[in-house]
Design a protein around this ligand. Structure first.
Ligand SMILES: N[C@@H](CCC(=O)N[C@@H](CS)C(=O)NCC(=O)O)C(=O)O
Length: 271
């Protein structure tokens, strides 16, 4: 029996749902409403001490961290294999998950907050907002949330986000430029699955081309990735009309400013 604690439009829960679908596994959802701060309830913190989704429960034991959950699922349910066969390639696959976990994930949060969750935060009561900003008492998380709430797209954390996405999409374009379909060749692996929800969020927000206007291989990869049945089951079919409308409405409001910041970042990379 597999249970997934998740929140609908959470990127790292999407990653795990794609993997569950790829493995053909049955699972039960448990919703943790992040805007009601349910992730900070004492019961949930016992499962996930960071107070974040997702958490997978398998054989009565909790597993945290979406990258670790996906690797766990790949080991316990080996078919179809979602990791490269070669140990060197597996180490390189983890470069992709590290790129996401060490920058792109936070970046997605900052961009999503500055575009749309910021609006949602404005509609919370002062007590609810304070609970979210306080989180589990992590000062860095408070700083990030407060900064994107107050300064929106001009938050310095959005600059970190732009840089993290630039690195990921640049590396993806270079990797695919020899004509391969997927990051490790002719079959998709956890490296692609790691990137998919983060690319999808930028597509839904109408921001994908801030980075990828001149990256044809990334575009072709996206066409293949978004056509996978696991993409449909893990991401697109589960988005509510409201979530889609929020992304489509608010994303473009930060596009011009994001483009300016990205141009400044790319100019710096050239020096
Ligand atoms: N590294 C963690 C990140 C988890 C994470 O930040 N989850 C977000 C949703 S995508 C969350 O629960 N945020 C709630 C909060 O920070 O209060 C993972 O990959 O599982």
């Amino acid at each position: 029996m597999i249970t997934l604690y998740q929140f609908g439009n959470s990127v790292c829960a999407q990653k795990v749902r794609i993997t569950l679908f790829e493995k053909g596994l049955e699972w039960e959802p448990r919703e943790v409403n992040l805007f009601k701060s349910e992730q900070y309830s004492p019961e949930y913190l016992k499962l996930n001490p960071k107070g974040v989704v997702p958490t997978l429960i398998h054989q009565g034991r909790p597993i945290c961290e979406s990258t670790l959950i996906c690797e766990y699922l790949d080991e316990v349910f080996p078919e179809p294999k979602l990791t490269p066969d070669d140990p060197y390639d597996r180490s390189q696959m983890r470069i992709w998950s590290k790129m996401v976990d060490e920058g792109v994930h936070e970046g997605t949060t900052e961009i999503s907050f500055s575009a749309m969750f910021r609006e949602k935060m404005k509609s919370l009561t002062p007590e609810e907002r304070e609970k979210r900003l306080h989180n589990i008492g992590d000062p860095r998380r408070r700083m990030r949330f407060t900064s994107t709430y107050e300064d929106g797209v001009d938050s310095p954390f959005v600059l970190h986000a732009i840089a993290a996405y630039e690195k990921m999409f640049k590396t993806l374009e270079e990797t695919l430029s020899d004509g391969r379909d997927w990051i490790f060749g002719d079959r998709h692996t956890l490296a692609d699955i790691n990137v998919m929800p983060y690319a999808a969020r930028m597509v839904y927000l109408g921001l994908f081309d801030v980075w990828n206007a001149d990256r044809p291989h990334v575009h072709a990869w996206w066409q293949r990735a978004s056509a996978l049945p696991s993409f449909k089951d893990g991401i697109s079919d589960r988005l509510t009309p409201q979530e889609i409308s929020d992304m489509e409405t608010y994303g473009p409001t930060i596009r011009d400013r994001l483009r300016e910041h990205r141009a400044g970042h790319v100019a710096q990379l050239l020096h």
